[in-house]
Design a protein around this ligand. Structure first.
Ligand code: SAH
Ligand code: SF4
Ligand code: F3S
Length: 438
């Protein structure tokens, strides 16, 4: 195969995968390759995959099939991400058209693998891939920055500890340097990422041990950066310093994604979550005491093995007790190699479907109510993209709601907007004022 000159990277799954996809694209660009308009015209297609649920993993194979072109040819195909890590060389056996398989901790070697033409690399090398990646050059108004990777929690349903490896925090200086590069490239909002981002720990330039709140305080001092977010957090790592930061740092947006997964202590124990319903609600209480208008998001799983109707009702109850601005909910999906996959009392698919519907109806009501409560208020919106209708632009409120602004200002503007209408999934606003750069 001739050396590819154009590339297309397609990412699935969590924001950390989106981040990795951006870094792979930057890496290929640094090698002199150029981005193709889409997968159809690219010489090299990277499918950056997710393994979290069965459907996500199966999708990879149908996506590979769809890359075949009318004349029967295929581009060079690289499968990256968590399916690559979990299945390795098996992918090439199942899908002969796959040339390269590269795991989430090895993708800095993508150019070498491309040069080889056919290769599998799912190493988890001790040296960090980040040191081998080119500096950030491209950014829109919002940017992701991975500061922590991996997971040591081993929830019994979850593949992440196996696909991403052990918890590692990137060093203080590496994070701040990357943040500066992103701001220089145009980022006004940075979202710090990690599977357990609030477990981040490191030493600052004076050798003092810092947690995520210390990192956020350092970013708060970075000229040009207007907004800071972080995701995703574990209830047990929600330390008081971070909670206090929500009350003290204006640039830290009032939004917290804090998954609890279920509302029954019995199920939480079987999930190996190591927190209880009461400890979760206690954390939420302290967060709200620090920042009363904070929007709370979360993740829920229905139909975990052994979940009874009463257990499920307890999940509805914790949703009511928490009051979400938004949340994600999933049917439990047995993942090969995880302890829950072989537990007895697997819940029937029809029961999972029915529970998911009831949960999503409740979460939908809460989200709509949260959105409606912002009508009549003014909110600062960072404009991210064009809307469907001429003149419209769309951005995010501090509470992560999408806001459609009629006669909206340009992408990258921080605008003060009066919220005039609310739907289940977005708000509509009128421009009142444009804020000068931070
Ligand atoms: N580290 C994060 C979540 C990572 S995965 C955390 O603990 O909060 C994102 C979400 O996918 C999880 O919060 C969980 O709700 C869901 N999930 C993970 N494994 C799953 C499985 N086997 N079946 C269904 N949902 C799952
Ligand atoms: Fe998965 Fe649990 Fe780790 Fe989150 S904390 S990544 S759900 S094992
Ligand atoms: Fe999926 Fe891997 Fe993220 S399994 S959710 S892409 S860590």
């Amino acid at each position: 195969m001739t050396r590819p000159s154009t590339y297309h990277v397609k990412s699935f799954g969590c924001q950390m995968n989106v981040y990795d996809g951006e870094r792979m694209a930057e890496l290929l660009a640094a090698e002199g390759m150029t981005p193709a308009v889409g997968a159809d015209s690219a010489d090299l297609v990277v499918l950056n995959t997710c393994h979290i649920r069965e459907k996500a993993a199966e999708k990879v194979y149908s996506d590979i099939g769809r890359l075949r072109r009318e004349d029967g040819s295929t581009p060079m195909i690289a499968v990256a991400g968590c399916v690559a890590q979990a299945e390795g060389a098996e992918i090439q056996r199942r899908a002969k058209e796959v040339d390269i398989v590269v795991g989430p901790q090895a993708y800095h070697r993508l150019p070498e693998l491309v040069a080889k033409g056919r290769a599998v690399d799912t190493d988890m090398p001790a040296a960090s891939k980040f040191d081998a990646l080119p500096a950030r050059r491209l950014s829109g108004p919002t940017a992701f920055l991975t500061v922590q990777e991996g997971c040591d929690k081993f929830c019994t349903y979850c593949v992440v500890p196996y696909t991403r490896g052990a918890e590692v925090s990137r060093p203080w200086n590496a994070v701040l340097d990357e943040a500066k590069a992103l701001v220089d490239a145009g980022a006004q909002e940075i979202t710090l990422l990690g599977q357990n981002v609030n477990a981040w720990e490191g030493e600052d330039e004076k050798g003092r041990v810092q947690g995520l709140d210390g990192l956020i305080r350092a970013l708060d001092r970075l000229p040009g950066l207007a907004r800071i977010r972080y995701t995703t957090s574990h209830p047990n790592d929600m330390r008081q310093g971070l909670i206090d930061a929500h009350g003290e740092i204006a640039k830290l947006m009032p939004f917290l994604h804090l998954p609890v997964q279920a509302g029954s202590d019995r199920i939480l124990k079987a999930m190996n979550r190591s927190h209880s319903v009461a400890s979760y609600l206690e954390v939420i209480g302290r967060v709200r005491a620090a920042r009363s208008d904070i929007a709370i998001s979360g993740d829920y799983i229905v139909g975990f093995p052994g979940e009874s109707e009463a257990d499920f009702e307890a999940t509805l109850e914790i949703v009511r007790a928490t009051g979400h601005a938004q949340a994600f909910s999933f049917k439990y999906s047995p993942r090969p190699g995880t302890p829950a996959a072989t537990m007895e009392d697997q819940v029937a698919e029809a029961v999972k479907d029915e529970r998911l519907q009831r949960l999503q109806a409740l979460l939908g009501e809460q989200q709509f109510a949260f959105n409606r409560a912002t009508i009549g208020r003014t909110a600062e919106v960072l404009i991210e993209r064009k809307g469907k209708k001429p003149g419209q632009t769309i951005g995010k409120s501090p509470w992560l709601q999408s806001v459609i602004v009629e006669d909206g200002p340009a992408i990258g503007t921080l605008a003060t907007v009066e919220i005039v209408a609310a739907g289940p999934n977005s708000l509509t606003g009128l421009l009142r004022e444009i804020r000068a750069a931070a």
